[in-house]
Design a binder for this molecule. Structure first.
Ligand SMILES: *Cc1c(COP(=O)(O)O)cnc(C)c1O
Ligand SMILES: [Zn+2]
Length: 409
Protein backbone atom coordinates (compact mmCIF):
# COMPACT_ATOMS: atom_id res chain seq x y z
CA UNK A 1 0.00 0.00 0.00
CA UNK A 2 1.26 3.46 -0.85
CA UNK A 3 2.09 5.67 2.12
CA UNK A 4 0.39 8.73 0.58
CA UNK A 5 -3.02 7.47 -0.50
CA UNK A 6 -5.62 10.05 -1.47
CA UNK A 7 -7.30 13.35 -0.75
CA UNK A 8 -10.37 13.26 1.47
CA UNK A 9 -13.07 15.88 2.06
CA UNK A 10 -12.99 17.10 5.65
CA UNK A 11 -16.78 17.54 5.60
CA UNK A 12 -18.35 14.64 3.68
CA UNK A 13 -15.46 12.18 3.45
CA UNK A 14 -15.50 11.81 -0.35
CA UNK A 15 -12.09 10.62 -1.54
CA UNK A 16 -10.18 11.88 -4.56
CA UNK A 17 -7.03 10.75 -6.33
CA UNK A 18 -3.86 12.65 -5.51
CA UNK A 19 -4.08 15.67 -7.81
CA UNK A 20 -3.79 19.47 -7.67
CA UNK A 21 -7.23 20.31 -6.29
CA UNK A 22 -8.42 21.58 -2.95
CA UNK A 23 -12.21 21.65 -2.74
CA UNK A 24 -14.71 18.84 -2.71
CA UNK A 25 -16.90 18.68 -5.81
CA UNK A 26 -19.80 17.39 -3.70
CA UNK A 27 -19.89 19.91 -0.85
CA UNK A 28 -17.07 22.45 -1.38
CA UNK A 29 -15.37 21.23 1.81
CA UNK A 30 -11.57 21.40 2.07
CA UNK A 31 -9.50 18.36 1.09
CA UNK A 32 -6.86 16.74 3.30
CA UNK A 33 -4.12 14.25 2.45
CA UNK A 34 -4.77 10.69 3.65
CA UNK A 35 -1.82 8.48 4.61
CA UNK A 36 -1.32 4.86 5.44
CA UNK A 37 1.27 5.04 8.17
CA UNK A 38 1.34 1.34 8.99
CA UNK A 39 4.57 0.77 7.12
CA UNK A 40 6.44 3.80 8.49
CA UNK A 41 5.43 3.36 12.12
CA UNK A 42 8.17 0.86 12.92
CA UNK A 43 11.52 2.50 13.74
CA UNK A 44 10.08 5.94 13.04
CA UNK A 45 11.58 7.71 16.03
CA UNK A 46 15.07 6.39 15.21
CA UNK A 47 14.71 7.48 11.58
CA UNK A 48 13.63 10.95 12.66
CA UNK A 49 16.45 11.35 15.16
CA UNK A 50 19.09 10.25 12.65
CA UNK A 51 17.57 12.40 9.87
CA UNK A 52 18.74 15.80 8.63
CA UNK A 53 18.72 18.86 10.93
CA UNK A 54 15.78 20.29 9.04
CA UNK A 55 12.04 19.65 8.94
CA UNK A 56 12.75 16.88 6.43
CA UNK A 57 13.65 14.57 9.31
CA UNK A 58 9.81 14.17 9.26
CA UNK A 59 9.68 13.17 5.62
CA UNK A 60 7.80 9.95 6.48
CA UNK A 61 4.89 12.12 7.64
CA UNK A 62 4.84 14.47 4.63
CA UNK A 63 3.09 13.98 1.26
CA UNK A 64 6.11 13.89 -1.08
CA UNK A 65 6.46 10.61 -3.01
CA UNK A 66 9.27 8.41 -1.70
CA UNK A 67 12.44 8.95 -3.68
CA UNK A 68 11.40 12.29 -5.21
CA UNK A 69 14.11 14.96 -4.86
CA UNK A 70 13.36 17.72 -2.36
CA UNK A 71 13.50 21.47 -2.89
CA UNK A 72 15.04 22.55 0.38
CA UNK A 73 17.08 25.33 1.98
CA UNK A 74 17.32 23.44 5.29
CA UNK A 75 14.12 24.94 6.67
CA UNK A 76 12.77 23.99 10.05
CA UNK A 77 14.33 22.34 13.10
CA UNK A 78 14.45 25.89 14.44
CA UNK A 79 15.35 26.56 18.09
CA UNK A 80 12.85 25.90 20.86
CA UNK A 81 13.96 28.57 23.31
CA UNK A 82 13.27 28.30 27.02
CA UNK A 83 12.14 31.81 27.95
CA UNK A 84 13.14 32.24 31.61
CA UNK A 85 13.23 36.02 31.76
CA UNK A 86 9.98 36.54 29.88
CA UNK A 87 8.44 33.67 31.83
CA UNK A 88 9.44 35.31 35.12
CA UNK A 89 7.55 38.46 34.10
CA UNK A 90 4.46 36.36 33.45
CA UNK A 91 4.71 33.86 36.29
CA UNK A 92 5.32 31.00 33.85
CA UNK A 93 8.11 28.64 34.84
CA UNK A 94 7.96 26.51 31.69
CA UNK A 95 7.51 29.00 28.90
CA UNK A 96 9.04 28.18 25.52
CA UNK A 97 9.26 30.08 22.23
CA UNK A 98 9.50 28.25 18.94
CA UNK A 99 11.79 30.59 17.05
CA UNK A 100 10.66 30.22 13.45
CA UNK A 101 12.17 33.60 12.60
CA UNK A 102 15.31 31.48 11.97
CA UNK A 103 14.02 29.90 8.76
CA UNK A 104 15.77 30.56 5.41
CA UNK A 105 13.43 33.42 4.45
CA UNK A 106 12.72 34.23 8.10
CA UNK A 107 9.17 32.99 8.42
CA UNK A 108 7.40 29.70 9.01
CA UNK A 109 6.15 29.80 5.40
CA UNK A 110 9.36 28.05 4.33
CA UNK A 111 7.97 24.85 5.83
CA UNK A 112 4.85 24.84 3.69
CA UNK A 113 6.57 26.17 0.59
CA UNK A 114 9.35 23.59 0.68
CA UNK A 115 6.64 20.90 0.61
CA UNK A 116 4.58 22.66 -2.09
CA UNK A 117 7.50 23.28 -4.44
CA UNK A 118 8.88 19.78 -3.92
CA UNK A 119 5.44 18.33 -4.66
CA UNK A 120 4.95 20.55 -7.74
CA UNK A 121 8.33 19.73 -9.22
CA UNK A 122 7.82 16.02 -8.60
CA UNK A 123 4.54 16.31 -10.53
CA UNK A 124 5.95 18.13 -13.54
CA UNK A 125 4.87 21.71 -12.83
CA UNK A 126 7.08 24.44 -14.31
CA UNK A 127 5.49 27.49 -12.70
CA UNK A 128 4.66 28.27 -9.07
CA UNK A 129 2.12 30.85 -7.94
CA UNK A 130 0.66 32.20 -4.71
CA UNK A 131 -1.68 34.74 -3.18
CA UNK A 132 0.30 36.32 -0.39
CA UNK A 133 0.27 38.82 2.45
CA UNK A 134 4.05 39.07 1.94
CA UNK A 135 5.83 36.21 3.65
CA UNK A 136 4.49 33.55 1.32
CA UNK A 137 5.61 35.54 -1.73
CA UNK A 138 9.10 35.89 -0.26
CA UNK A 139 9.32 32.16 0.35
CA UNK A 140 7.80 31.08 -2.98
CA UNK A 141 10.22 33.37 -4.82
CA UNK A 142 13.21 31.88 -3.01
CA UNK A 143 12.22 28.23 -3.36
CA UNK A 144 11.22 28.64 -7.02
CA UNK A 145 14.66 30.12 -7.71
CA UNK A 146 16.24 27.20 -5.86
CA UNK A 147 14.25 24.74 -7.99
CA UNK A 148 14.71 26.61 -11.26
CA UNK A 149 10.95 27.14 -11.63
CA UNK A 150 9.12 30.22 -12.87
CA UNK A 151 7.17 32.09 -10.18
CA UNK A 152 4.20 34.48 -10.16
CA UNK A 153 3.55 36.00 -6.77
CA UNK A 154 0.45 38.08 -6.12
CA UNK A 155 0.13 40.43 -3.17
CA UNK A 156 -1.79 43.50 -2.08
CA UNK A 157 -0.09 46.64 -3.44
CA UNK A 158 0.19 48.16 0.07
CA UNK A 159 2.44 45.43 1.55
CA UNK A 160 5.52 46.42 3.62
CA UNK A 161 8.43 47.62 1.44
CA UNK A 162 10.86 45.22 3.15
CA UNK A 163 8.74 42.30 1.96
CA UNK A 164 8.63 43.59 -1.63
CA UNK A 165 12.41 44.04 -1.79
CA UNK A 166 13.22 40.70 -0.19
CA UNK A 167 10.84 38.99 -2.63
CA UNK A 168 11.95 40.83 -5.78
CA UNK A 169 15.61 39.95 -5.37
CA UNK A 170 14.89 36.37 -6.52
CA UNK A 171 13.38 37.82 -9.72
CA UNK A 172 9.92 36.26 -9.66
CA UNK A 173 7.06 38.00 -11.46
CA UNK A 174 5.72 40.24 -8.71
CA UNK A 175 2.09 41.19 -9.27
CA UNK A 176 0.99 43.98 -6.93
CA UNK A 177 -2.78 43.94 -6.84
CA UNK A 178 -4.82 47.04 -6.00
CA UNK A 179 -6.98 45.28 -3.46
CA UNK A 180 -6.79 43.46 -0.12
CA UNK A 181 -5.63 39.89 0.45
CA UNK A 182 -9.08 38.42 0.06
CA UNK A 183 -9.40 40.02 -3.36
CA UNK A 184 -5.93 38.79 -4.34
CA UNK A 185 -6.92 35.31 -3.24
CA UNK A 186 -10.11 35.37 -5.29
CA UNK A 187 -8.17 36.48 -8.38
CA UNK A 188 -5.66 33.66 -7.88
CA UNK A 189 -8.47 31.10 -7.62
CA UNK A 190 -9.63 32.24 -11.05
CA UNK A 191 -6.09 32.13 -12.45
CA UNK A 192 -5.58 28.61 -11.11
CA UNK A 193 -8.46 27.49 -13.36
CA UNK A 194 -6.88 29.12 -16.42
CA UNK A 195 -3.16 28.38 -16.10
CA UNK A 196 -1.31 25.10 -15.50
CA UNK A 197 0.46 26.52 -12.47
CA UNK A 198 0.91 25.21 -8.96
CA UNK A 199 -0.59 27.87 -6.67
CA UNK A 200 0.78 26.98 -3.24
CA UNK A 201 -2.21 28.05 -1.20
CA UNK A 202 -4.88 27.24 -3.78
CA UNK A 203 -4.76 24.16 -5.99
CA UNK A 204 -1.87 22.45 -4.18
CA UNK A 205 -3.05 23.63 -0.75
CA UNK A 206 -3.71 20.13 0.70
CA UNK A 207 -0.04 19.20 0.17
CA UNK A 208 1.33 22.64 1.05
CA UNK A 209 -0.60 22.75 4.32
CA UNK A 210 0.99 19.52 5.55
CA UNK A 211 4.35 21.29 5.93
CA UNK A 212 2.99 23.22 8.93
CA UNK A 213 2.79 20.01 10.97
CA UNK A 214 6.57 19.95 11.33
CA UNK A 215 6.45 22.95 13.68
CA UNK A 216 4.54 20.87 16.22
CA UNK A 217 6.52 17.67 15.51
CA UNK A 218 9.74 19.53 16.28
CA UNK A 219 8.31 21.17 19.39
CA UNK A 220 7.45 17.73 20.79
CA UNK A 221 10.84 16.28 19.87
CA UNK A 222 12.68 19.26 21.37
CA UNK A 223 10.69 18.89 24.60
CA UNK A 224 12.04 15.32 24.84
CA UNK A 225 9.15 13.69 22.98
CA UNK A 226 6.26 15.18 24.85
CA UNK A 227 3.53 17.56 23.85
CA UNK A 228 3.21 20.88 25.69
CA UNK A 229 0.11 21.72 27.75
CA UNK A 230 -0.80 24.66 25.53
CA UNK A 231 0.36 26.25 22.28
CA UNK A 232 -0.39 29.85 21.28
CA UNK A 233 -0.62 30.20 17.50
CA UNK A 234 -1.23 33.27 15.30
CA UNK A 235 -4.23 32.91 12.98
CA UNK A 236 -4.24 34.16 9.39
CA UNK A 237 -6.18 31.74 7.21
CA UNK A 238 -6.16 29.22 10.07
CA UNK A 239 -4.39 26.73 7.84
CA UNK A 240 -1.49 26.00 10.16
CA UNK A 241 -3.67 25.94 13.28
CA UNK A 242 -5.64 23.02 11.85
CA UNK A 243 -2.41 21.20 10.98
CA UNK A 244 -1.04 21.55 14.51
CA UNK A 245 -4.09 19.64 15.74
CA UNK A 246 -3.38 16.97 13.16
CA UNK A 247 0.34 16.87 13.97
CA UNK A 248 -0.40 16.33 17.65
CA UNK A 249 -2.78 13.46 16.96
CA UNK A 250 -0.31 11.85 14.56
CA UNK A 251 2.37 11.95 17.26
CA UNK A 252 -0.05 10.31 19.67
CA UNK A 253 -1.28 7.68 17.22
CA UNK A 254 2.22 6.76 16.12
CA UNK A 255 3.32 6.35 19.74
CA UNK A 256 5.96 9.08 19.55
CA UNK A 257 4.73 10.83 22.71
CA UNK A 258 3.85 8.85 25.84
CA UNK A 259 0.67 10.22 27.41
CA UNK A 260 -1.78 10.69 24.59
CA UNK A 261 -3.26 14.09 25.39
CA UNK A 262 -3.78 16.85 22.86
CA UNK A 263 -2.36 20.22 23.89
CA UNK A 264 -4.80 23.10 24.31
CA UNK A 265 -4.55 24.98 21.03
CA UNK A 266 -5.07 28.71 21.43
CA UNK A 267 -5.52 31.10 18.52
CA UNK A 268 -4.30 34.69 18.37
CA UNK A 269 -5.59 37.51 16.20
CA UNK A 270 -5.18 41.27 15.94
CA UNK A 271 -8.37 43.13 16.84
CA UNK A 272 -7.89 45.00 13.55
CA UNK A 273 -8.61 41.73 11.74
CA UNK A 274 -10.35 39.35 14.09
CA UNK A 275 -13.03 37.36 12.25
CA UNK A 276 -12.17 34.12 14.08
CA UNK A 277 -12.01 35.80 17.46
CA UNK A 278 -15.39 37.47 16.79
CA UNK A 279 -16.96 34.09 16.05
CA UNK A 280 -15.38 32.55 19.15
CA UNK A 281 -16.60 35.43 21.33
CA UNK A 282 -20.10 35.08 19.92
CA UNK A 283 -20.12 31.34 20.60
CA UNK A 284 -20.53 30.33 16.96
CA UNK A 285 -18.27 28.73 14.39
CA UNK A 286 -19.85 30.81 11.63
CA UNK A 287 -17.07 33.24 10.73
CA UNK A 288 -18.23 36.60 9.28
CA UNK A 289 -15.72 38.25 6.92
CA UNK A 290 -14.19 41.57 8.00
CA UNK A 291 -12.16 44.30 6.31
CA UNK A 292 -8.60 44.11 7.73
CA UNK A 293 -6.94 47.15 9.27
CA UNK A 294 -3.88 46.20 11.34
CA UNK A 295 -0.08 46.39 11.42
CA UNK A 296 -0.10 42.57 11.54
CA UNK A 297 -0.36 42.40 7.74
CA UNK A 298 0.95 38.87 7.38
CA UNK A 299 -2.15 37.57 9.17
CA UNK A 300 -4.58 40.20 7.85
CA UNK A 301 -7.00 37.79 6.23
CA UNK A 302 -10.58 39.00 6.50
CA UNK A 303 -12.20 35.80 5.22
CA UNK A 304 -10.13 32.93 6.65
CA UNK A 305 -10.83 29.65 4.90
CA UNK A 306 -10.07 27.48 7.93
CA UNK A 307 -11.70 29.87 10.42
CA UNK A 308 -14.60 27.61 11.47
CA UNK A 309 -12.20 24.72 12.13
CA UNK A 310 -10.03 26.94 14.32
CA UNK A 311 -13.04 27.74 16.52
CA UNK A 312 -13.97 24.05 16.80
CA UNK A 313 -10.43 22.87 17.52
CA UNK A 314 -9.82 25.57 20.14
CA UNK A 315 -13.03 24.46 21.87
CA UNK A 316 -12.30 20.75 21.54
CA UNK A 317 -8.78 21.00 22.95
CA UNK A 318 -9.56 23.41 25.81
CA UNK A 319 -7.86 26.35 24.13
CA UNK A 320 -9.31 29.80 23.49
CA UNK A 321 -9.22 32.42 20.73
CA UNK A 322 -8.11 35.86 21.91
CA UNK A 323 -7.27 39.14 20.21
CA UNK A 324 -5.04 42.13 20.98
CA UNK A 325 -4.84 45.82 20.09
CA UNK A 326 -2.15 47.41 17.92
CA UNK A 327 -0.52 48.83 21.07
CA UNK A 328 -0.48 45.40 22.70
CA UNK A 329 1.24 43.95 19.62
CA UNK A 330 4.01 46.55 19.80
CA UNK A 331 4.34 46.14 23.57
CA UNK A 332 4.74 42.38 23.15
CA UNK A 333 7.39 42.74 20.43
CA UNK A 334 9.37 45.09 22.65
CA UNK A 335 9.01 42.99 25.78
CA UNK A 336 10.27 39.92 23.90
CA UNK A 337 13.27 41.77 22.51
CA UNK A 338 14.11 43.25 25.92
CA UNK A 339 13.79 40.01 27.88
CA UNK A 340 14.92 37.32 25.43
CA UNK A 341 16.95 39.00 22.67
CA UNK A 342 14.57 37.85 19.93
CA UNK A 343 12.98 40.23 17.41
CA UNK A 344 9.73 38.96 15.95
CA UNK A 345 7.42 40.48 13.38
CA UNK A 346 3.91 41.73 14.07
CA UNK A 347 2.33 38.27 13.67
CA UNK A 348 4.67 36.96 16.38
CA UNK A 349 3.71 40.06 18.38
CA UNK A 350 0.07 39.04 18.09
CA UNK A 351 0.77 35.55 19.46
CA UNK A 352 2.90 36.95 22.26
CA UNK A 353 0.41 39.71 22.99
CA UNK A 354 -2.24 37.05 23.49
CA UNK A 355 0.14 35.08 25.72
CA UNK A 356 0.69 38.20 27.87
CA UNK A 357 -3.01 38.97 28.03
CA UNK A 358 -3.97 35.44 29.06
CA UNK A 359 -1.13 35.13 31.56
CA UNK A 360 -2.05 38.42 33.21
CA UNK A 361 -5.68 37.32 33.36
CA UNK A 362 -4.57 34.26 35.37
CA UNK A 363 -5.11 31.54 32.80
CA UNK A 364 -2.18 29.44 34.07
CA UNK A 365 -1.04 28.24 37.52
CA UNK A 366 2.65 28.60 36.58
CA UNK A 367 4.00 25.09 35.98
CA UNK A 368 2.23 24.38 32.70
CA UNK A 369 4.42 23.89 29.64
CA UNK A 370 3.30 26.71 27.34
CA UNK A 371 4.77 27.24 23.88
CA UNK A 372 4.29 30.31 21.66
CA UNK A 373 5.03 30.12 17.96
CA UNK A 374 7.07 33.09 16.73
CA UNK A 375 6.35 32.72 13.05
CA UNK A 376 8.28 35.59 11.44
CA UNK A 377 11.29 37.89 11.92
CA UNK A 378 11.00 41.46 13.14
CA UNK A 379 13.05 42.95 10.30
CA UNK A 380 10.16 42.07 8.00
CA UNK A 381 7.89 44.58 9.74
CA UNK A 382 10.39 46.97 11.32
CA UNK A 383 8.33 49.93 10.09
CA UNK A 384 5.58 48.95 12.50
CA UNK A 385 7.88 50.08 15.33
CA UNK A 386 8.75 53.46 13.83
CA UNK A 387 8.79 55.95 16.66
CA UNK A 388 8.04 53.29 19.26
CA UNK A 389 11.02 50.94 19.15
CA UNK A 390 12.01 51.86 22.70
CA UNK A 391 15.62 52.05 23.90
CA UNK A 392 17.57 55.25 24.42
CA UNK A 393 19.43 57.07 21.69
CA UNK A 394 21.68 60.06 22.17
CA UNK A 395 23.90 61.88 19.71
CA UNK A 396 27.35 63.14 20.67
CA UNK A 397 30.51 64.65 19.21
CA UNK A 398 33.42 62.21 18.90
CA UNK A 399 35.03 63.45 22.13
CA UNK A 400 35.20 62.19 25.71
CA UNK A 401 33.89 65.51 26.88
CA UNK A 402 30.78 65.28 24.79
CA UNK A 403 30.14 61.73 25.97
CA UNK A 404 30.51 62.77 29.64
CA UNK A 405 28.18 65.72 29.12
CA UNK A 406 25.42 63.61 27.68
CA UNK A 407 25.72 60.23 29.34
CA UNK A 408 25.90 59.69 33.07
CA UNK A 409 27.26 56.20 33.73
C1 LIG B 1 1.05 33.16 7.09
C2 LIG B 1 1.50 33.53 8.45
C3 LIG B 1 0.77 33.17 9.59
C4 LIG B 1 -0.61 32.54 9.54
O1 LIG B 1 -0.68 31.29 9.01
P1 LIG B 1 -2.08 30.68 8.52
O2 LIG B 1 -1.75 29.29 8.22
O3 LIG B 1 -2.51 31.47 7.32
O4 LIG B 1 -3.06 30.85 9.64
C5 LIG B 1 1.30 33.48 10.83
N1 LIG B 1 2.48 34.12 10.95
C6 LIG B 1 3.21 34.49 9.88
C7 LIG B 1 4.49 35.20 10.09
C8 LIG B 1 2.75 34.20 8.59
O5 LIG B 1 3.49 34.58 7.54
ZN1 LIG C 1 -17.27 17.02 0.54
Amino acid sequence: MARVQALRCRECGTEYQLQPTHVCEMCFGPLDVVYDYSEVARGLRERIESGPSSMWRYRDLLPIPDGAPLVTLDEGFTPLVRAERLGAELGLRNLYLKNDTMNPTNSFKDRVVSVAVSWARAHGFETMGCASTGNLAHSVAAYSARAGLEAYVFMPADIENAKVVSTSVYEPNVIAVRGNYDEVNRLCSQLAEEFPWAFCNINVRPFYAEGSKTLTFETAEQLGWRLPDEIVIPIGSGCQFVRHRRAASELIELGLVPDGRLPALTGAQALGCAPVYNAWRDGTDRVQPVRPDTIAKSIAIGNPSDGPYVVRIARETGGVVEAVTEEEIVEAIRLLARTEGIFTETAGGVALGVLLKLARAGRWQGDEVVVTYLTGHGLKTADALNGSAGGRRVEIDPTLKSFREVVSV
